[in-house]
Ligand binder design. Structure first.
Ligand SMILES: Cc1cc2nc3c(=O)[nH]c(=O)nc-3n(C[C@H](O)[C@H](O)[C@H](O)COP(=O)(O)OP(=O)(O)OC[C@H]3O[C@@H](n4cnc5c(N)ncnc54)[C@H](O)[C@@H]3O)c2cc1C
Length: 285
């Protein structure tokens, strides 16, 4: 089972769902199998390389890729029991390209549209798939409460009232648009009936314009280790905004659980305002 950090879904008295924190679910990691290298290694005289027990899949993959660069497969190489020292040298020398081999995929939910708008600015080494507000309607409409509102009764109450109001306005607007469309074409042929979902999409793409930045925007993110490390450095830093920093810490926790070696030089620290930031020892590898 891959690691995850769940996030509870709450509801206002009127039933509008919202979340207070990001959920981070790991759904993919490298499936490294070095056994096929046996012939290649034996021909070169490195037949004992595969006798060294493999560390985690990501570290094994990156370590082999790095060792190939110098054909470091002999007895004097850094053994897997010292994989952290090996990865430490990679980080120190900024030989970050070997970290691009290992990819990890996470589902992020309980994150706001404003957060994901910032997240998708990261291009190099990242792939994204995000919920479409054109296709998906009120059944999946949820909101994210900012950390700053959560312990302030006035801000919390205003948030709940606001999302109730937005939800009902969104539903009313979508229904009005669908109704207007039906009035334009009251008798539909079977073929046109089949096009209904396309038409509802056209209504939703209009209605979504009233949705705020605090609307939840679930997203699947795949990135290689070099890219994830850059994300953690930029978005876990004290300069990043609070919702993003909470996400960065959770992403780090989940990635670290899958591969403690590749993320060993990262730590969390408490700031004077009570929030947390990440410290990445080896910057911009
Ligand atoms: C605290 C904070 C505040 C920000 N404020 C703003 C803001 O006010 N307005 C705004 O528009 N953005 C803002 N950003 C976003 C920021 O400018 C970047 O767009 C975002 O962080 C993505 O990082 P990146 O550029 O390193 O890209 P990534 O895609 O993560 O790239 C990683 C690295 O690859 C290299 N790289 C990637 N693409 C190229 C390229 N095309 N050419 C050359 N090298 C490349 C660079 O070395 C880059 O650092 C902010 C970011 C942070 C963390």
């Amino acid at each position: 089972l891959l690691p995850r950090i769940d996030s509870e879904v709450l509801r206002t008295k009127n039933g509008t769902p919202y979340l207070k924190a990001p959920g981070v679910v790991a759904i993919s990691q490298p499936a490294t199998d070095l056994s096929g290298l046996a012939t290649f290694l034996e021909d070169l005289g490195y037949d004992k390389y595969l006798e060294d027990p493999m560390p985690s899949p990501g570290t094994s993959l990156c370590k082999f890729a790095g060792q190939l660069c110098y054909m470091s497969f002999g007895d004097k190489r850094t053994k897997n029991s010292e994989a952290q020292k090996y990865i430490g040298n990679i980080l120190e020398s900024k030989h970050g390209s070997v970290l691009e081999h290992a990819n990890y995929t996470l589902l992020l939910y309980g994150v706001s549209r404003s957060l994901t708008h910032e997240l998708v600015r990261h291009r190099a080494g990242f792939a994204y798939s995000q919920v479409s507000q054109r296709y998906v309607g009120e059944d999946s409409l949820r909101f994210v409460e900012r950390p700053e509102y959560q312990n302030n009764p006035e801000l919390h109450k205003a948030f709940e009232q606001r999302i109730d109001q937005i939800r009902s306005e969104y539903i009313r607007l979508t229904n009005n648009l669908v109704q207007l469309q039906r009035e334009k074409t009251p008798e539909l042929s079977i073929e046109e009936e089949q096009k209904q979902s396309e038409k509802i999409k056209k209504c939703r793409q209009v209605a979504r314009s009233i949705l705020p930045n605090e609307t939840e925007a679930p997203i699947v993110v795949t990135a290689n280790v070099r890219a994830w490390r850059h994300f953690l450095e930029m978005r876990g830093s004290l300069h990043a905004e609070s919702e993003m920093r909470i996400l960065a810490k959770r992403v780090w926790q989940v990635l670290k659980e899958m591969d403690p070696t590749l993320f060993h030089d990262i730590s969390a620290r408490q700031l004077t305002d009570g929030t947390e930031a990440l410290k990445v020892l080896h910057s911009k590898v």
